[in-house]
Design a binder for this molecule. Structure first.
Ligand SMILES: *Cc1c(COP(=O)(O)O)cnc(C)c1O
Length: 402
């Protein structure tokens, strides 16, 4: 059986006629950059997310960069980021000649550890970028409280978290001063190329980002500031407008699949309680745990938690002998990926921030995650047979190791 990590063809088949109509509409209009499609997408996303302003941009990376530019992040400023994320979270800080300051992560959720964040705040700290990794909220209450107490601005990296929510159902990406989303094709809401979105409730910040999106020009050809080309294409907006109304269904599919995986792993005796952080002999697989469970001690339903609505952009388990398992699964036709194999503090480009020979032991939780984590196929259209096959093959591998 073949189980790819992600198969976007099935999703396209489901909505093919709607998509093709939308693409034709844009092509016939010959209006390709920004314009009415993009404005309608911005309105629809603002309504969906429950925020005052949204700005459609060229990518998730550019959303982060533009938010930092609008906050006037400059050389010498420090911006706190988790040590374990996609490169863009830290890369955008360095591109402004500011200093990314890495924090270790929470061993259950893989998200920014608020305790480490608190220790790393200095008089130069201007912002913190919590990432809602894999589609699950970072500890936003604590992060927002610590940041507010020290005058630090919170920019959420919600690239993997569209549709996820925190307490009282508030959508991720609307809790900080600005929220950044990516519409890269593998995200839960993906376009047919690159795209991104910034949210904010702050009208002044919005106005500034709006101007910076088009080279800092307002009116046209008059520049009070230096921006860039951060514009979204109308074709991408048209695709996203077709997809947005389907997002809730696709999210349900991912959550159903996540619950099914977790049930099968437990039934096979490979995993017990979620929320555990270390391996025991009886527990060869650590399941992804929802924050809710680790707080309440309930194992009833990570996937059903009403407080922390996890959208499973990725379903990431931790195992020993991860690389050997990955090769084995690949031979069995099962696609997997490592998000992420090298934490920021071990990247060569950041070596001068860390100091020679200091990388070892600085971020033990992030190092452990990089060594043991593996993402399994989780997209909505997977069949129960496919999920059963993945679990069976993992069980087979673990038994062969004993
Ligand atoms: C995908 C992603 C980004 C960057 O988005 P692009 O649209 O690929 O530029 C940033 N941060 C995180 C956590 C991501 O997963």
């Amino acid at each position: 059986m073949i189980v790819p990590l992600l198969d976007l063809k099935k999703q396209y088949q489901e909505i093919r006629s709607e998509i093709d109509d939308a693409l034709r509409r844009v092509v016939e209009s010959q209006y390709f950059i920004l314009g009415p499609e993009v404005e309608k997408l911005e309105e629809e996303c603002a309504r969906y997310l429950g925020c005052r302003h949204t700005l459609a941009v060229s990518s998730g990376t550019d959303a982060l960069l533009l938010a930092l530019m609008a906050l006037d992040i400059r050389p010498g400023d420090e911006v706190i980021v988790p040590d374990y994320s996609f490169f863009a979270t830290a890369g955008v800080v360095s591109r402004l000649q500011a200093r990314p300051v890495f924090c270790d992560i929470d061993p259950v959720t893989f998200n920014l550890d608020p305790g480490d964040m608190k220790r790393k705040i200095t008089s130069h700290t201007r912002a913190v970028i919590p990432v809602h990794l894999y589609g699950q909220s970072a500890a936003m209450d604590e992060i927002l409280r610590i940041a507010a107490g020290r005058g630090v601005t919170v920019i959420e990296d919600a690239a993997q978290a569209i549709g996820a929510s925190y307490r009282d159902g508030r959508r991720l990406g609307t809790l900080g001063r600005a929220g950044c989303f990516s519409f890269f094709p593998s995200k839960n809401l993906g376009c047919f190329g690159d795209g991104g979105m910034i949210t904010t409730d702050d009208p002044e910040l919005f106005e500034k980002m709006h101007i910076l999106r088009v080279h800092g020009s307002k009116p046209k050809y008059v520049h009070k500031m230096i921006g860039g080309n951060f514009r979204m294409d109308a074709l991408q907006a048209a695709v996203l407008r077709v997809k947005l109304p389907h997002l809730a269904d696709w999210t349900s599919g991912r959550r159903r699949n996540a619950a099914f995986y977790s049930r099968l792993f437990r039934e096979a005796g490979l995993a017990t309680a979620p929320g555990k952080t270390g391996f025991s002999v009886a527990d060869p697989v650590l399941l992804p745990a929802a924050v809710y469970e680790s707080e309440t001690g309930s194992s009833a339903g990570a996937a059903q938690s009403p407080l922390y609505f996890h959208i499973y952009n990725q379903y990431v388990i931790r195992v020993r002998e991860r690389d050997r398992l990955r090769n084995f699964l690949s031979e069995q036709g099962i696609g997997t990926e490592i998000y992420y194999p090298i934490p920021f503090h071990r990247q060569e480009c950041f070596a001068d921030l860390i100091g020679a020979g200091k990388a070892a032991c600085m971020f033990p939780v992030s190092d452990a995650a990089a060594e043991a984590s593996i993402a399994l196929p989780i997209f909505a259209e997977l069949s129960e047979e496919q999920i059963g096959y993945v679990v069976k093959k993992i069980e087979e591998f673990i038994k062969s190791m004993r």
